[in-house]
Design a protein around this ligand. Structure first.
Ligand SMILES: [Zn+2]
Length: 82
């Protein structure tokens, strides 16, 4: 099954500089939850996840690694701490 979670946040395409805001990841027990990337969360690189999208402007595949501790669950079937 192609289940994934969605991550919302403001990032810029490393290829063309366009804003990209919706990413998908399969690194978080994919359940179609929605997370928001928050810059105020505590910063830890110990646990990183990979997320990806394709840039709407240049169509490049964009893959980023971000610290899991910066994610906040905002919509999900099962509320839980990550
Ligand atoms: Zn781009």
């Amino acid at each position: 099954m192609g289940l994934f979670d969605t991550i919302e946040g403001k990032f810029f395409c490393p290829f063309c500089g366009a804003k990209v805001e919706d990413f998908q990841t399969k690194d978080l027990n994919p359940m179609l939850n929605v997370y928001r990337f928050t810059r105020s969360g505590k910063h830890s690189f110990r646990e990183e996840i990979e997320m990806h999208t394709s840039c709407e402007k240049c169509k490049q595949w964009v893959s980023l690694k971000i610290p899991k501790s910066k994610l906040k669950l905002i919509r999900g079937a099962i509320p839980r701490e990550i």
